[in-house]
Design a protein around this ligand. Structure first.
Ligand code: ADP
Ligand code: MG
Length: 298
């Protein structure tokens, strides 16, 4: 998919903050990356590895110090009308996006972006209602409310609705579940899957939760000290537990359990990505001659 229809392409992307000052920080060094249309790519890596810096190049918020970034075949370093138009195709949900809610009602907040596009009021209303439904909030019930009367998870979903209302083709989510309780996390992640399916969105999910990445992403890109440390299909990436742990990353809990069982002598595959898949695999291994294992271990 990525080889035939690239949406975002980074070539030799280097980003240096505060260059030439005592605070100079090289955040990215020579990153090559292609995101294909319709893919869901997880960007993982320890704190400070360059994840947020990388994705802010995708809509031109940051400019490369060296190298280049292309979106839909347009180089993102100019200012002209084309670049402006392309930037709109990339929706960016920042970490803690609820901090950017500022209107009196949920409706007004979600309407802010589409109104700025110069759409007529009817179309704006249409988009607001649709986007609220996409994030699982009933527009009639939530539209008139103050964003500040909502729960943390609901506020975040309103902020995401505001980005979806711009109808991006690529959705970048920077730590979308950070600080939410398990239920809030679950709700957001389930919706990401839906948007992808219904709208054919390309998704870039920045996360240090390997559980989230395992559940949603087709592919994982691991950054370490501003460089691509690993870029592989999700199953392959998590099969390299030692490599991931060497840069301080966890493996998904599912992988961890399977690795322990395997170390204990049960011949299970360790590349399962969901709890359901892992359960099936454990049952299979026990049935296929693990009975000796289960009686000796138990
Ligand atoms: P991550 O999102 O993986 O935690 P960042 O992209 O935020 O990593 O940061 C990468 C590096 O760039 C870090 O060393 C960080 O301190 C530095 N950095 C990030 N933003 C700035 C900034 N605005 N000014 C100076 N240095 C920054
Ligand atoms: Mg970050």
């Amino acid at each position: 998919m990525s080889a035939t229809d690239p949406v975002v392409v980074c070539q030799g992307l280097t980003h240096v903050y505060l260059r030439g000052t005592p605070f100079e920080a090289v955040a990215l060094r020579g990153v090559d990356l292609v995101v294909g249309r319709g893919e869901c790519v997880g960007v993982a890596g320890p704190t400070g590895s360059g994840k947020s810096t990388l994705v802010q190049h995708f809509n031109g918020l940051l400019r490369p110090t060296e190298g280049s970034v292309w979106v839909d075949g347009v180089r993102m370093d100019g200012r002209g009308e084309t670049v402006r138009e392309i930037r709109r195709r990339v929706g960016m949900v920042f970490q803690y996006p609820e901090h950017q809610l500022f209107e009196e009602t949920v409706f007004e907040d979600v309407a802010f972006g589409p109104r700025n596009l110069g759409l007529d009021p009817e179309e704006v209303g249409e988009r607001v209602r649709e986007s609220l439904r996409w994030v699982g909030l009933d527009p009639d019930r939530f539209g008139p409310r103050s964003p500040f009367s909502l729960s943390g998870g609901e506020m975040r979903r309103v902020a995401i609705a505001g980005v979806l209302a711009m109808r991006p083709r690529v959705l970048v989510l920077d730590e979308p579940t950070a600080g939410l309780d398990p239920r809030g996390r679950q709700e957001i992640l389930e919706h990401v899957r839906e948007w992808r399916r219904q709208q054919g969105l390309t998704v870039v999910l920045v996360s240090h939760s390997m559980d989230d990445v395992a559940r949603l992403c087709d592919r994982v890109v691991v950054l370490h000290r501003g460089q691509v440390f690993l870029d592989a299909p999700t199953r392959e990436a998590f099969a390299q537990a030692d490599r991931l742990r060497s840069v301080g990353l966890d493996v998904p809990r599912v992988t961890d359990v399977l690795l322990r069982l395997r170390a204990g002598g049960l011949p299970v595959r360790t590349d399962c990505l969901t709890v359901e898949e892992a359960c099936e695999e454990i049952v299979r291994a026990l049935r296929a001659g693990g009975s000796a294992w289960s009686s000796s271990e138990a």
